[in-house]
Ligand binder design. Sequence first.
Ligand code: DC
Length: 207
Amino acid sequence: MTLTIAVDGPAASGKGTIGRALAARFGLGYLDTGLLYRAVGRRMLDGEDPVAAARALRAADLEAEGLRGPEAAEAASKVAAIPEVRAALVDFQRAFATREGGAVLDGRDIGTVICPDAPVKLFVTAAAETRAARRFRELAAGGHATSFDEVLADIRARDARDAGRTDAPMCAAGDAVRIDTTELDVAAAVTRAVAEVEARHPGCGAG
Ligand code: DC
């Protein structure tokens, strides 16, 4: 059986770090689905219609400059509330999820909408202040001029938009395991996630 791991959660919760670590640990493919929405958001900022952009999305769009920055993040959260944009991105994500060799996908609706049958689902959270502090450090290290308060306000606005939209809102699947990383460093969070995968999918721990 193909192993699919769904990792959902809010911005800067550590879901990307955990997702990448699980993919490396278990030899699975990894897809950061936020990047798809960021690429569509980027194209909207460049003047394109977001639905047309989502339908025409190409692998090269995922390499566009600045996709990891706050401007693309906010645009991503806005286009992600448009049902036609989400619909245009479903097939690609599901095809990735069922690829030979297995996959880890991280996002907001992986366990609820994209892969409701995934055998392992994690919902990674952390206090908003902790997430803002992490994001602020990353942005400051990358030379972005911003303040902690601004980053915290952005994170809260994005959480509210992502959790409040009608179509595929961010939420934990009923059978997801919650991992709160507020008090965990990267190594502890990854150890916890690996243990959850091994508990739910015995046999994939060898290697
Ligand atoms: O994971 P991220 O911060 O890169 O995601 C950027 C935005 O994209 C996020 O605010 C909401 C949206 N998104 C989504 O709606 N569904 C996903 N599966 C992934 C991201």
